[in-house]
Design a protein around this ligand. Structure first.
Ligand code: NOJ
Length: 515
């Protein structure tokens, strides 16, 4: 296998807690994942990205890490994780883990020690502790990304910074001890055979606390951190970094992809665009212009554990939707949404670079928008005062088989309830159905593996509202976002369509691959 396998890889995102439960406690785990590896091999993915699997009080679904060198007990053990990595390798599947450098858990050893050691201690220097302002006010008025103040006061009167929840204290990246600690954590996992590192909240590590406005995104100092990480990953074979940066400025974004920093980053511009030909074309062009000159492969992402599921998002009548619309009762048309999600999947799979598929996307799962309020777990729900329902709706456990919940997820009651009508969306019900979303993904990924992936594209002339391009292999991809059926480009083979042709023409909201 090549050293740059990640350039065109199809990477499947496993949100472990919701994937498959092996021990019947209602929470997905490593035993469950290991049992489903044959499913993922058959689906045709090159790698699995696992959300944080470390011990965690789960104040933010595991992004509050209590121990960076161990496995969350409800997920399994370190030995099981090592077994999983080698079993996946044996099936040709690589592993990418999630490293969370901006913040730890308030239960993590360092933070517990910092609280005990008190003001002025070296232990506090690992975090961002400050005295407050007069009148019992926090050091500044910054708001947390999860709403509410970004500072919490401790018993001795000092305040600590948390860009996210109070249970997620931010590390002080200007302290060399923090830099060293993360180098050691990276080596710990690279030594255990992980093939890639997903870097959580990668752009926000450095803060300018004197700024009145929140000032933490994209400070120049952050690049040195990733240069250090790159030196470490380069000392192993075939490993890579993928950064999570939500940054509108593409020139600044590209700086993270310089030859001595990360190899790749998630493309959130594409994910954030509405279902509109001009918008998607603009995003594809912007992405290619950002990546191609610097030799970095683009990535294509339709969903993840933080955003509204595509079937629901693309079914919104107003195409100016946001990928984070989670208000009560927003209308969506599931039939339209599914049709567009199918077309979007084949479009994304045909683009040059890496592809990320979030668990359940291949089943066409919708966002679960009617979870009972009292079961919602995302800190966004409480911290927004109940105005943002948070991200639980895209984290509902996967339906594998059977006619009723828990749909083969495990023998226990799933930590979030599955809708009863998911009986038509189980892996079992879709597996042999030629028209299912699962079959579409399996076929698409199979063809993608040999004919698509890494490389370039050439745009071809097409009618308004139609995206048409050719890949190096000769495969052409056409997506019709116009209101009328269109002709396919000249071809000898029709390889795949997201929905059937009508009278030989490509109907609205459909993608076809031809040769
Ligand atoms: C991005 C992760 O994807 C999200 O789930 C998490 O809440 C934040 N980073 C904070 O770690």
């Amino acid at each position: 296998m090549s050293d740059t396998w990640w350039r065109g890889a199809a990477i499947y995102q496993v949100y472990l807690r919701s994937f498959a439960d092996g021990n019947g406690d209602g929470i997905g785990d490593l035993a469950g994942l290991r049992a489903k590896l044959p499913y993922l091999a058959e689906l045709g993915v090159d790698a699995i990205w696992l959300n944080p699997w470390y011990p965690s009080p789960m104040a933010d679904g595991g992004y509050d890490v209590a121990d960076y060198r161990a496995i969350e007990p409800s997920f399994g053990t370190l030995t099981e994780a090592e077994d999983y990595i080698s079993e996946a390798h044996a099936l040709g599947i690589r592993t990418i883990i999630d490293i969370v450098p901006n913040h730890g858990s308030d239960q993590q050893e360092w933070f517990v020690a910092a609280l005990a050691a008190g003001p002025g201690s070296l232990e506090r220097e690992r975090f961002i502790f400050r005295p407050g302002r007069d009148g019992g006010l926090p050091p500044n008025d910054w708001q947390s990304i999860f709403n509410g103040p970004a500072w919490t006061q401790v018993d001795d009167g000092e305040w600590y910074l948390h860009l996210f929840a109070p249970e997620q204290p931010d590390f002080n990246w200007r302290n060399p001890e923090v830099v060293e600690e993360f180098h050691s954590i990276l080596r710990f996992w690279l030594d255990r055979g992980v093939d890639g590192i997903r870097i959580d909240s990668a752009a926000v590590l450095f803060k300018d606390l004197d700024s009145v406005e929140e000032s933490y995104t994209d400070h120049d100092e952050v690049h040195d951190v990733y240069r250090g990480w790159r030196r470490i990953t380069d000392s192993y074979e075939g490993r890579f970094l993928v950064g999570e940066m939500w940054m509108p400025d593409q020139e600044r974004f590209a700086l993270y992809l310089r030859p001595d920093e990360m190899q790749t980053a998630f493309n959130f511009d594409f994910l954030s665009r509405p279902w509109d030909a001009d918008e998607l074309r603009a995003s594809i062009d912007l992405t290619l212009t950002t990546h191609v000159p610097i030799g970095a492969p683009p990535t294509w992402v339709l969903s993840n554990h933080d955003v509204t599921r595509p079937v629901t998002k693309y079914g919104r009548p107003d195409t100016s939707f946001s990928h984070q619309d989670r208000k009560h009762g927003m209308a969506t048309d599931p039939v339209l949404g599914e049709r567009r999600a199918r077309a979007a999947a084949l479009l994304a799979m045909a683009l040059p670079g890496g592809l990320y598929v979030y668990q359940g996307e291949e089943l066409g799962l919708p966002e679960v928008e009617n979870l009972p309020d009292e079961l919602l777990q995302d800190p966004l729900w409480v911290r927004s005062g109940g105005t943002d329902r948070g991200r639980d709706g895209c984290r509902v456990p996967i339906p594998w088989s059977g006619q009723e919940p828990p749909f083969g997820f495990g023998s226990g009651t799933p930590w979030l309830p599955q809708p009863a009508d998911w009986k038509n969306l189980t892996v079992e019900s879709q597996h042999d159905d030629q028209n299912s979303m699962l079959t579409l993904y399996r076929n698409g990924l199979r063809i993608r593996r040999t004919e698509l992936g890494d490389g370039t594209l050439t745009w071809l002339d097409a009618d308004p509202g139609v995206l048409l391009f050719a890949r190096d292999s000769g495969l052409k991809c056409i997506t019709n976002l116009s209101p009328a059926p269109v002709d396919l480009p000249p071809h000898t083979d029709l390889l795949l369509t997201s929905n059937p042709l009508e009278n030989g023409k490509l109907p609205t909201d459909t993608t076809a691959w031809v040769r």
